[in-house]
Design a protein around this ligand. Structure first.
Ligand SMILES: [Fe+2]
Length: 385
């Protein structure tokens, strides 16, 4: 897994990033800089019960044409379609997404249909041609990294499948990272969304298409998460910790957007999809088990993770360091009160075989350092159960 002289890659990171306490309230200046005047806020039903959408609407003043607040967890093609209709009715010329991955991905998907017409599913086979309507993302969680990726995941609830759209066109123009947007997150959501970011960073390091720039981002994200995520969980209004965790999630987002992921996300998408387990929780449970699956294939990469986690002791071999990283992840989730077993979140043991079979064909497996073997993947899931 070390770099070779044959290394070649293309690095993506076109989204401007603005960070700072209160920066979300400056969104109107950012809009003006983009030369647009009619913003539609895209947010989720949960956030509509808080004052955040209204605060952003006030900040936008007469530049806000409305709020589309119908996004649900695991956003759907029907929600995207509805959002498109609302944006067209109101004559929006920019989308401002406010929320976690679901809201941001919904806005990305809306921009695709707003430009090209038809239905979102058409673009599974049809090219996405830009430029698309500009999109400013204001995350309210610190985990998915969607604010800086070229990826949108939208579920077709009728068919029970998740569609993944990959396109350089759907990068948000701007990501505004305001730690004040995340202070209201409850401890478990803070921990699990934070573990999603940890998974992005660790899986990015082990990916078969990893490269030095993504590695740098992923490794520093791990350092920040180790230091600040437990503080966010223990004291939700610690704005320094909230801010650093947001930066870490965004760094890991740029990192994994370039390196892509591996078996942990493959398993998490399948298990989570079949049993309605939130993405971060599934990843947080499965990370140490997935790392063990890869341990003998890329001990050098996990040794780097151990160094970033500050658990590699002097004299440890690569294999020992890699093992210490796996153990440290387990201790880390335990310390934060994060679930550690699939049985804790209601996955029935008799479904593990189907989950293992689904994992083998999940696209994230293609960049995992060790190929999928059915019996071995099943063993991983049984250990995690
Ligand atoms: Fe993720």
């Amino acid at each position: 897994m070390a770099y070779t002289k044959e290394l070649s890659f293309s690095y993506r990171n076109p989204t401007r990033i603005v960070f700072g306490e209160g920066s979300a309230l400056n969104v109107v200046w950012e809009m003006e800089a983009l030369g647009v005047t009619r913003a539609l806020i895209v947010t989720d039903e949960g956030l509509m019960k808080t004052d955040l959408p209204e605060r952003i609407r006030e900040a936008l003043g007469d530049k806000c044409v409305g709020i589309f607040g119908e996004v649900q967890p695991d956003s759907g093609v029907h929600i995207v379609q509805r959002g498109v209709e609302v944006a067209q009715e109101l004559g929006a010329d920019i989308l401002v997404s406010l929320g976690g991955g679901s809201s941001i991905d919904t806005a990305k998907a809306m921009t695709i249909v707003l430009k090209g017409g038809g239905k979102l599913a058409d673009y599974l086979t049809k090219p996405i041609e830009g430029p698309l309507m500009p999109h400013i993302a204001i995350p309210t969680t610190a985990g998915t990294g969607s604010e800086v990726t070229w990826i949108a995941v939208v579920k077709d609830h009728e068919q029970g499948v998740k569609h993944v759209f990959l396109s350089d066109q759907i990068f948000p123009k701007l990501a505004i990272l305001d730690p004040q947007m995340t202070v209201g997150l409850p401890p478990l959501v803070t921990a699990s969304t934070g573990m999603d970011a940890m998974c992005h960073a660790v899986e990015g390091i082990a990916s078969v298409i990893g490269e030095p720039i993504a590695d740098a981002l992923n490794l520093h994200a791990i350092r920040l998460i180790m230091e600040y995520l437990p503080r966010c969980v223990e004291q939700g209004d610690d704005l320094l910790a909230r801010g650093q965790q947001m930066i870490a999630a965004t760094m890991a987002g740029v990192g994994f957007g370039n390196s892509l992921l591996g078996i942990v996300h493959a398993m998490a998408h399948v298990v989570g999809g079949r049993h309605g387990i939130p993405h971060g929780i599934a990843n947080g449970i499965l990370l140490p088990y997935g790392m063990r699956y890869n341990l003998d294939t890329c001990p050098d990469r996990y040794a780097l993770v151990a160094e970033a986690m500050a658990v590699r002791e002097k004299g440890m071999s690569e294999k020992e360091a890699a093992t210490s990283a796996v153990d440290a992840i387990w201790e880390f989730t335990k310390r934060m009160g994060h679930p550690q077993r699939l049985r804790d979140v209601g996955v029935p043991k008799e479904d593990l075989e189907a989950c293992a079979a689904g994992t083998l064909t999940e696209p994230n497996m293609f960049t995992n350092p060790r190929p999928g073997e059915l019996n071995e993947v099943l063993k991983v899931l049984q250990e995690a159960w």
